[in-house]
Design a protein around this ligand. Structure first.
Ligand SMILES: CC(C)(COP(=O)(O)OP(=O)(O)OC[C@H]1O[C@@H](n2cnc3c(N)ncnc32)[C@H](O)[C@@H]1OP(=O)(O)O)[C@@H](O)C(=O)NCCC(=O)NCCS
Length: 158
């Protein structure tokens, strides 16, 4: 395990990462039944317009999030990106890693002329999105193997 004493926010940076750089945290945090290999790929991972962001700490990717062009039938059509597979390594939670990743992605997408982002959020993560100012709306629904979820979204075009 990494030494965490003295770590501060400046030791974290955000950059675009390759799809395969998401695998370790996808497997460890989100899909524990999987190995950190191609089985952690999403079918869209290499599609046009898909952005994988990582928060990097001492050359290690410790936070991940994948943003793909996709509208939601219940939301305004200007909200054109979907966030999937958002996670922070357990040793790095509560340090602003997730927030930094979201804020970075929002900035990149806003600058690209996009209007907003939505996600199917796990029940345990709803407070994270609400704390970032995202809307939490609609009923709970069950995602097979992953439990209760709710729609979360933000828009930055108005
Ligand atoms: C949800 C998750 C990505 C948050 O990442 P993180 O790096 O710990 O988040 P941050 O440190 O940037 O937290 C930002 C703020 O949200 C709050 N927060 C973080 N996780 C939260 C949660 N699950 N519930 C409520 N608030 C939360 C933090 O306290 C912090 O608040 P503050 O600004 O008042 O201090 C992380 O806990 C995680 O990977 N969880 C397991 C996987 C998961 O559920 N992913 C989301 C799937 S939709």
């Amino acid at each position: 395990m990494e030494e965490m004493d003295g770590v501060n926010a400046s030791e974290y940076s955000v950059r675009r990462i390759l799809p395969e750089e998401t695998w370790a945290i996808r497997a460890q945090v989100l899909w524990p039944e999987k190995q950190p290999d191609e089985s952690c790929s999403l079918p869209v991972d290499r599609d046009a317009g898909v952005l994988h962001f990582g928060v990097v700490h001492r050359a290690n990717v410790v936070g991940i999030g994948t943003f793909m062009p996709r509208q939601h039938e219940d939301l305004d059509a200007s909200i054109g990106y979907r966030l999937r597979a958002m996670a922070t390594h357990p040793d790095h939670r509560g340090r602003g890693v997730g927030a930094r990743l979201i804020r970075h992605a929002e900035g990149v997408l806003r600058d690209a002329g996009e209007g907003g982002i939505w996600a199917d959020a796990r029940k345990v993560a709803l407070g994270f999105y609400a704390g970032l100012g995202w809307e939490v709306s609609g009923p709970f629904y069950t995602v097979p193997k992953r439990g209760l979820h709710r729609l979360v979204w933000t828009r930055f075009d108005e």
